[in-house]
Design a protein around this ligand. Structure first.
Ligand SMILES: [Mg+2]
Length: 253
């Protein structure tokens, strides 16, 4: 019997960068009655609130949220809900230095310009400092889902950017995620870092965890979780996750 359900966010719980639907939000909240639940992604804390916590509405009771673990920026920042304060608490954080941020930013910008993938009129920032990682979103953070899906469905554009950026800044780890995203971090601060932190915090083993992700192929940002030997359910879209959770809740009640 698993003790922990852990989830990638974009395309696993919701359409990229958008809130979970009400049925998904309610089902995820209900899982917190039976399991410790973790969400892990390269995104910022604000996005965790916007996409996951707020959509739960009244289903997200303090008692349930106390079982919800937010592994922000691939788990280099860990938040949990403090019932007494009725608010989220930052338990730990591993920020990058200014110099590291500059080196990552320069490598991404140069590589995307060299491959013809640098957009002059993005919807929002292309390169964003997320404290413990730097994220590249080719069309800008605020591009529409339609534009994002159409941009690089076979990941070839991002692979070509990563190939050059990795040569420019070999001291860092580059990872493809989402629909237009490349995350850069210190080596080892991928999802393995976050899942290892989660196991320490919850005092559980790999065998206790069931993980859901949509980028489980080699090079994808969920692949490190597969590699570390955590049981993983590969989904193509968030509806697959909803279907699986309804089955899990069906036998948990
Ligand atoms: Mg994903």
């Amino acid at each position: 019997m698993k003790k922990v359900l852990a989830f990638d966010i974009d395309e696993t719980l919701n359409v990229a960068k958008t809130p979970m639907t009400p049925d998904m939000a309610e089902t995820l909240a209900e899982c917190m009655d039976y399991f410790q639940v973790c969400a892990i992604s390269g995104q910022k804390f604000d996005q965790f609130l916007h996409q996951l916590v707020k959509p739960m509405g009244e289903a997200g009771t303090p008692e349930r949220l106390a079982n919800f673990h937010l592994m922000v920026a691939q788990g280099t920042q860990y938040y949990r809900f403090d019932v007494a304060k009725n608010d989220w608490e930052l338990v730990y954080s591993h920020p990058l230095t200014d110099e590291e941020v500059e080196q990552m930013t320069a490598a991404l910008e140069t590589a995307s310009k060299q491959t013809g993938n640098w957009y002059d009129n993005p919807a929002g920032e292309i390169i964003e400092n997320r404290i413990s990682l730097v994220a590249f979103s080719a069309l800008g953070q605020a591009a529409t889902p339609e534009d994002k899906y159409a941009w690089d469905p076979d990941m070839e554009k991002r692979k070509s950017i990563v190939a050059i950026a990795q040569e420019l800044a070999p001291q860092f780890e580059f990872e493809i995620g989402g629909t237009t995203t490349i995350n850069v971090c210190r080596p080892g601060t991928n999802k393995v870092f976050g899942m290892t932190g989660l196991m320490e915090q919850l005092n559980v083993t790999k065998e206790d965890i069931l993980y859901f992700g949509d980028m489980v192929q080699p090079g994808g940002n969920d692949y490190p979780v597969v590699q570390m030997g955590i049981d993983t359910i590969a989904v193509k879209k968030w509806q697959d996750t909803l279907f699986a959770l309804r089955g899990i809740l069906g036998v948990s009640k």
